[in-house]
Design a protein around this ligand. Structure first.
Ligand code: ADP
Ligand code: UDP
Length: 237
């Protein structure tokens, strides 16, 4: 597969065209951002860890019957993926209250949510990714009713698969964000699943092992990502 010109440089990944119009290369960079890109730092090895982590998780999800962008890992920091027509919303499931839910509703961090909650956010940094609902998504043509149902069903299925996978590694999957796109008329999971886009706590001590370490200036960010990878059995070296 030949890497061609840059299509898009995001906050954490760069997307490249390839010689195949239906495939893209995602390059995971060391850039780490928070607060809609207001805080940015380079963290050594984060791109490598996240690329390998993402490949491992997407392969597990494929095995469980969830269609994903996954093709193959090309190098330490690059993966070949299907070129999806991305739907500009983020799908968030929460098993435990944290982050913006705590700020928005004034609830206690760490409260178990039964049932787990589902939220849509519009992908728009300038507007700080506002929360939207199914009516907005249809009215503005971001996705059809059928696509919305599919994204919700797949996001819940991911929860079942990953809650169990992380629990086996003594980790609590607190919440996570997924992005979907369309390939050949089918909804597929795109973007990434890494500790940059989810919350993972040690099951016993509740130590944070995800991007909150960066957001909250706790230090040891990549060390925590490595610890999670090690517990899951992701081969990093
Ligand atoms: P952001 O755009 O939020 O700064 P990234 O740095 O992660 O985020 O950039 C990656 C971009 O690539 C995102 O806009 C994402 O929607 C897009 N993307 C991810 N996976 C795919 C895919 N398989 N096909 C097409 N676009 C993708
Ligand atoms: N998330 C993300 N990208 C975003 C917003 C949120 O990956 O642009 C993830 C975040 O890491 C967390 C979950 O989605 O795992 C829920 O995030 P929340 O709404 O609590 O927002 P935050 O306080 O993290 O900005």
């Amino acid at each position: 597969m030949e890497k061609r010109s840059e299509l898009y440089r995001g906050k954490a990944k760069t997307v490249y065209h390839t010689n195949d119009p239906n495939r893209l290369i995602l390059e995971f960079r060391n850039d780490t951002s928070a607060f809609d890109g207001e805080k940015v730092e380079q963290l050594d090895d984060k791109g490598m860890v996240n690329n390998k982590f993402n490949h491992f998780i997407m392969a597990k999800l494929e095995e469980a019957g969830i269609p994903t962008q996954l093709d193959e890992r090309l190098s330490d920091t690059e993966s070949l993926v299907k070129k999806l027509d991305m739907i500009p919303v983020e799908c968030v499931i929460r098993n435990v209250a944290a982050g913006s839910l705590v700020r928005r509703l004034g609830v206690e961090e760490g409260k178990e949510l039964n049932p787990p909650t589902f939220e849509f956010f519009l992908k728009n940094d300038a507007l700080h990714d506002p929360m939207v609902n199914e009516y907005h998504i249809q009215a503005f043509g971001w996705a059809t009713a059928e696509q919305i149902e599919k994204m919700k069903a797949l996001t819940f299925k991911v929860n079942e698969v990953l809650k169990a996978l992380f629990a086996d590694a003594r980790l609590l999957l607190v919440d996570y964000k997924l992005e979907f796109g369309v390939f050949d008329g089918e909804i597929m999971l795109g973007d990434e699943f890494t500790p940059d886009g989810c919350r993972l706590w040690d099951a016993e001590t509740r130590e944070k092992l995800d991007k909150d370490r960066f957001r909250q200036g706790l230090g040891g960010v990549v060390e925590a990502y490595r610890e999670v990878a090690k517990r899951l059995g992701v081969q990093l070296d």
